[in-house]
Write a protein that binds this ligand. Structure first.
Ligand code: GLU
Length: 305
């Protein structure tokens, strides 16, 4: 039922000879594969940080590893270019730029929902930007900067499905199966609406839920509205959203627990992106291209503790 996780795509690219890698990267840049996404922000040239901080470490190394989703259109999706695209990806590039790093200095690692805290605690990534809801359980293991966006849980069904109009219809239709992914907040939030635990089908990544919807193994998919909006848009005429959003999902940027200075830096970087227009540009060139979406305002950051 699970798909193996793809990691270190960029690392694999960089494993080629430098010349081959350079021409590949150039191809990506000129090929226009990511032409929808805005130009990556220019790296800050004068970036300098107090010795011993994560910021100093990353900017001196000239490299950062970021965990994101690879199968969520609008937020983090690896398409034909072999490089992820989406709002989360653009936010990552904006933060990297303020460390003096260009988009070529970023290694992207796939961060499925259930693996995000592990990737951070094991030091496999420097940060996770992956439709990652801030909550207390997760805060036991990691620290969140942000929020940088607030989503809400909703339900997607087949275009002709009329039995489900929201979570409250699940109990009356015990034969209908609903899909979500392991380690996600929606997979927990939906439980109180189920006729029985069997009604919920869990995979590791949302792509597998979309496939299960297409082959009739499940009749609904629940996760954040903005993720579902991407699937509706990318599968024309096949799916629709039903009901209102029934939770609030503030998206944070996961970093090593207790790295308060880095958390404050990330919050400052988000604030700068909001002031210089790159936050809005990150949105409009990605998730904001889908119908029915609105340009968000950067939410007030939570205190870094
Ligand atoms: N925002 C929710 C979460 O963090 C759902 C999206 C996801 O699984 O990435 O669990």
């Amino acid at each position: 039922m699970t798909r193996s996780t793809r990691t270190h795509r960029r690392t694999r690219t960089l494993g080629l000879t430098a010349a081959a890698a350079a021409s590949l990267l150039l191809l990506t840049a000129c090929g226009g594969g990511s032409s929808d996404a805005g130009d990556a922000p220019e790296p800050v040239e004068s970036a300098s940080f107090e010795a011993g901080t994560t910021m100093a470490e990353l900017s001196q190394a000239g490299a950062i590893t970021i965990g994101t989703k690879f199968d969520q259109p609008g937020f983090g999706l690896v398409g034909l270019t072999d490089e992820p695209e989406g709002f989360d990806v653009e936010v990552g590039k904006g933060i990297a730029a303020q460390l003096g790093l260009s988009e070529d200095d970023i290694t992207w690692v796939e961060a499925p929902s259930a693996q995000r805290e592990d990737l951070i605690t094991q030091g496999s990534v420097d940060m996770v930007i992956a439709t990652y809801t801030i909550n207390d359980t997760r805060k036991e293991r990691i620290t969140f900067a942000g929020p940088y966006y607030v989503a809400g849980q909703q339900i997607m069904v087949g275009a002709n499905e009329d039995r489900l109009t929201g979570p409250d219809d699940l109990r009356a239709n015990p034969d209908l199966k609903i899909c979500s992914v392991n380690g996600s907040t929606p997979s927990e939030n939906i439980r109180e609406y189920l006729a029985s635990p069997d009604q919920l089908v869990l995979f590791e990544v949302y792509d597998d839920c979309v496939t299960a919807m297409k082959n009739g193994q499940v009749q609904a998919l629940t996760t954040d509205n903005v993720i579902l909006t991407g699937y509706v848009a990318e599968n024309e005429g096949e799916f629709k959203l039903v009901g209102e959003q029934f939770t609030e999902e503030p998206y944070g940027i996961g970093i090593t627990k207790g790295d308060t200075a880095f958390c404050e830096f990330v919050n400052g970087a988000l604030q700068t992106m909001s002031e210089d227009g790159s936050y809005e540009e990150a949105w409009t060139s990605t998730a904001g291209e889908y119908e029915g979406t609105e340009v968000p305002t950067l939410p007030t950051a939570d205190p870094c503790v």
